[in-house]
Ligand binder design. Structure first.
Ligand SMILES: CC(C)(COP(=O)(O)OP(=O)(O)OC[C@H]1O[C@@H](n2cnc3c(N)ncnc32)[C@H](O)[C@@H]1OP(=O)(O)O)[C@@H](O)C(=O)NCCC(=O)NCCS
Length: 168
């Protein structure tokens, strides 16, 4: 089921990064990444189930978040890709999350730029990104890759969620 769109490229090379579809073995580092959010780390088994479902959903829907490996260092540094999130399969959200140790090196911008190109190649015309109003780093990445602030919604706990949009 790809809703009339081409399947997204699940293997992408950029200048410094290699983006690819989730593998079961990604559960090892994924649980460390979740731990950096300040919440309890999932068990290895829960992380394994989660990455398998990410892979399955990508193959079913034709879009997905991709893991990011640094070409030179060979290490996994996070993920970036397309998700339905709060939006739709036709106009999905771009999402990214990297280990703190590699923040500030423009990796998110480099990965997200490649994802925008891949999204355009599926035939999609518009992407969204919903971001907590406190998340300055994420807004800056979005600004650098051509998103504009569109409107806000509010979560039940009162947190503002800003909807950013980019036409492709
Ligand atoms: C958002 C995130 C992926 C950015 O990754 P990154 O690789 O550090 O991003 P980049 O280096 O490409 O760009 C970050 C930009 O934000 C800027 N920035 C970061 N923190 C900032 C701050 N507190 N104040 C002002 N600017 C800030 C950086 O200077 C950089 O801009 P510049 O290139 O103009 O100097 C990373 O912070 C992250 O994983 N955060 C946790 C998960 C998350 O919030 N995901 C997004 C959910 S919507």
């Amino acid at each position: 089921m790809t809703s009339g769109f081409s399947i997204m490229d699940f293997e992408i090379m950029t200048e410094r990064l290699y983006l690819s579809i989730w593998e079961e073995s990604d559960a090892f580092w994924y649980r460390e990444l979740v731990g950096e959010r300040g919440v309890d780390k999932p068990t290895l088994e829960d992380a394994r189930q989660h990455v398998i479902s990410l892979r399955d959903r990508a193959l079913e829907s034709g879009i997905g978040a991709l893991t990011i490996r640094r070409k030179n260092e060979g290490d996994m540094i996070g993920y970036c890709g397309l998700i339905i999130g709060r939006s739709t399969i036709e106009e999905p959200e771009i999402a990214y999350e990297l280990f703190k140790s590699v923040h500030g090196k423009s990796y998110a911008t480099e990965a997200a730029s490649a994802i925008i190109e891949a999204a355009g190649a599926t035939g999609r015309k518009r992407l969204w990104a919903t971001v907590g109003s406190w998340n300055i780093a994420s807004f800056r990445v979005l600004e650098k890759i051509g998103f504009i602030r569109h409107h806000s919604t509010w979560k039940e706990d009162g947190e503002e969620v800003v909807w950013n949009m980019r036409d492709l």
